[in-house]
Design a protein around this ligand. Sequence first.
Ligand SMILES: *Cc1c(COP(=O)(O)O)cnc(C)c1O
Length: 482
Amino acid sequence: MRYISTRGSGPAPNAAAAMHFDDVLLAGLAEDGGLYVPERSPVLTPAELESYRDLSYPDLAKRVIAPFVGTAIEEAALGAIIDDAYEDFDHPEIAPLVEIGPGRWLMELFHGPTLAFKDYALQVLGRLFDHVLAQRGERVTIVGATSGDTGSAAIAACRDRDALDIFILHPHGRVSEVQRRQMTTVAADNVHNIAVEGTFDDCQDLVKALFGDEAFRKRMRLSAVNSINWARIVAQCVYYVWAALRLGAPEKQVAFAVPTGNFGNVFAGYAAREMGLPVARFIVGSNRNDILTRFFATGAMEIRGVEPSLSPSMDIQISSNFERLLFDLLGRDGARVAQTMTGFRETGRFALDPAVLKRAREIFTGFRLDDAGTKSAIARVHAETGMLIDPHSAIGVEAARALGDDLDVPVVALATAHPAKFPDAVEAATGVRPELPASLADLYDREERYTVLPNDLAAIRAHVSEHARPVNAPGKAAESVT
Ligand SMILES: *Cc1c(COP(=O)(O)O)cnc(C)c1O
């Protein structure tokens, strides 16, 4: 399996070897600034899909992920990584489907260690990094910024991984206590939480500056586990296949309603559809930050400011993974994508031809829900089913309700976070405060570890230098930790 960049004109003749899965995994972004996509999508035939119906989630994951990995990782090693990644999830089905109305389903993607869907991919990604780096005798230093919600999933994915050190910057005093504790109570020597005396934007700027310092970046072998990493998309394909098989695929079609931010989750669904999964439609849910809803209505992608909402993980200005869809919409013409994205960066806007928009709308529909609508959706689901759902999931559920009837197929709304991650919003809507699951019940009693540092690049750089293990000294073999 070979990979190409969304901004390239195909694999360079001499660089073919540099585009296998393991390189794409470690690189994240392509050198030309584009995103990696498979040269050709692997295909799952109806007969193959049929034969996967009774597999456990990890066994299904092995079948779905293997064709994307190709020969880059041995089958047995990949299988062990996947088994290990899902071992500690707190539900035997990993991604259970719950019926919430006639033909309406909720897929619970919050049974991982940090209670959000990002665990489903990051738990695999951390182990893949560790495995590939150990094979090469290399190490990397992962650096990232979080506004509170995503840092914990990255930390949980990288903890105790021998080939990785991870530094996560969060704005001091500006993340909720649950969020902070999910990051700072992880007792692992390779996990470093930095509370920056500044805002989330300051944290992001600091991370950008660290990556921008080429000498430092090379010396520390800086890397990221962000949402554009192709391996995350691949791991997220699995639950779309899982849900569709449970609802009658390959004979019958299904639709998905996906609370969307960076377009990574819903793009994974699209990638599963490209493999042959019979998906009638994706409903792309947004909050008040509705750049995608406006795009699917008009064909124009237009940046506006970001405003905080009840669903902070969807508070985005642009959706970085959208570029992968754009590549397909523009006939996989990398030069056109590069031109479009350069223009977008300069002007904050691009518009697609009506014919191209029409193709997008055959598969995707946008849906927008403001905070008031989110609250009433949480309240309605609670009144009708007794279930508590988080504000992100509520947008998916409401999208399925508003638009699902026209589709005439089962609609699966993705529940992307556990209600206890957003207890205030849930309590305000229902009067009931959601409880943390047993695995995190003692979160408030655990010891926290973090370092408060000024909003100052030199201070952060010195701290990272001092606390990361040397990258040129390979650690123990991966086998001893996985
Ligand atoms: C990250 C996240 C999203 C958005 O997912 P994308 O892949 O960025 O579209 C939605 N809900 C929750 C709870 C998240 O953490």
